[in-house]
Unconditional design. Structure first.
Length: 320
């Protein structure tokens, strides 16, 4: 349990300030109110008096909380009472922090509190969770709303994992590029400082200027017509390029014949992305040979951005 600094007054007006243990500020405050005290304030006691950094370590991991709710929902669907379900889950809970919070929830429910109020009193569970429980209690359909909450949280966890995995490669790439640039700049600076030759200062200044020059053109290959798996990397790049001043020309490089996409709404989404970020769509082909609209049905909406690069071929064979 965490430690809280409490300032109270009794019925005679005597003030007191003391340290109390509890699961949350609201739980400590309610405890003294029930004893007849006037509570001025309750502050968490940690490294900082403002309570911004606490030593309690009471944060509950999202994955553990989702597993608890899945087990809790299974027991409720099996017909077990809430108290019995909490007892079974408390006994099986390995995380000491979550176990202590659940024990406090159980005692509150046993004393007559609603399940949503018992969880809200802990002060660590998401408000959307306690609101979901409250909606289930008032509608009499706790199982359904709890199932929807679990489905939402599982989707959020999956998204977080995919996002973390997708950021590994760009983070590694950026780190390697920065490290290589640092080494090369250090070696170049050492060379300019160590060796003296005509116009060395001018060349060093030109090298620094070259590093600070912003690009005039940004070319992205295929996206958003394809390679959508890389959108988490490319969309931030496009946002950054669009915000640059002066803004570079942003072009999409795409082949003339695309793979067919059967997902509804994908073509409309592609057109919206082109209109939002791109100035030019360079199609590698010749419309006389294969028009871009043959494999992309909404090509007419991109008529202003599309530019055909033509085809490159060898010299014609000699006449017989």
């Amino acid at each position: 349990m965490a430690q809280f600094l409490v300032k109270i007054a009794d019925d005679r007006g005597h003030l007191a300030q003391q340290v109390e243990h509890g699961y949350s500020e609201s739980e400590v405050r309610e405890r003294f109110v029930q004893q007849g005290y006037l509570v001025y304030w309750v502050k968490p006691r940690g490294l900082f008096s403002g309570g911004q950094l606490q030593l309690s370590g009471r944060k509950v991991k999202q994955s553990q909380f989702v597993i608890f709710n899945q087990q809790f929902l299974t027991l409720i669907k099996a017909g077990l009472p809430i108290l019995t379900s909490l007892d079974l889950l408390i006994k099986r809970q390995k995380d000491g922090n979550l176990k202590g919070l659940l024990q406090n929830v159980r005692e509150r429910v046993k004393s007559g509190e609603l399940l949503s109020d018992a969880f809200a009193a802990q002060g660590v569970f998401p408000r959307i969770y306690t609101t979901t429980l409250m909606a289930g209690e008032k509608s009499g359909n706790t199982e359904e709303v709890l199932g929807r909450y679990i489905a939402f949280q599982r989707l959020a966890l999956t998204f977080k994992k995919k996002l973390a995995v997708s950021l590994v490669y760009p983070a590694l790439l950026v780190t390697m590029v920065l490290a290589a640039q640092l080494v090369l700049c250090t070696l170049a600076a050492y060379a300019f400082a160590r060796f003296r030759f005509p116009l060395s200062g001018v060349l060093f200044a030109l090298m620094l200027v070259q590093l600070m020059i912003t690009p005039d053109v940004l070319i992205v290959e295929t996206f958003p017509f394809g390679r959508r798996v890389m959108r988490f990397e490319l969309l931030p790049l496009l946002e950054a390029a669009r915000a640059m001043r002066p803004k570079p020309l942003i072009a999409c490089s795409v082949r003339d014949i695309l793979q067919e996409r059967g997902k509804p709404g994908r073509a409309e989404e592609t057109v919206d992305t082109i209109g939002k970020y791109y100035d030019l769509v360079t199609v590698h082909g010749d419309p006389k040979f294969a028009s871009f609209g043959e494999t992309f049905p909404l090509a007419d909406g991109l008529a202003k951005q599309i530019s055909y690069t033509g085809l490159v071929s060898g010299p014609p064979p000699p006449s017989p």
